[in-house]
Design a protein around this ligand. Sequence first.
Ligand SMILES: [Zn+2]
Length: 182
Amino acid sequence: MPKFGYTDAFNHRLNDKIVVVDARDSLPTCKNGKQYKKREIHRIKGICIHHFGGDQSIESVAKHYTSPNNRFSHQAIESIPYTYCIDKNGLLHCCNDIEKVVWSQGTKLFDGDENADYLSIAIQGNFNKKTPNLDIMFSLLAFIKEAKYFFSFGNDGIKGHYNFGKEQCPGNHIESFLKYLQ
Ligand SMILES: [Zn+2]
């Protein structure tokens, strides 16, 4: 029996509201790839929302990063660099343990460690080109609401990647919505 950890507890909570797919053991990984650091979950100040920038599947994004010569490194990375992903049907996929500091939004533009401080969630699609559908928006809203409760943060903990210097992410159609929530 695996140990019941924070990730399972949060997924269980989310599962009461939306469908959560535990993809931690099914997505491509690279055991010998560059490893992420670990964090205490008390450190989490909020969440950061991303998009894929295209319609590629979660599997293909995971395959890209767990192969050599990906966007971040010449060397493969241990797993997809997002903790959660929402697919185009609004299903929420848990892709990594919450304790893993995945490389989603860190930048030298800001002080501190945005990767360790903010839990990342990425949405399949490009929302500079289209508006997210209702299934996606329902999952995103439910995720935000449950995350605020579980990790104890307020509306100022809701970030888009644009807050950390990546202007095009998660796209202006989601950005306008997030600005309303923030
Ligand atoms: Zn992003």
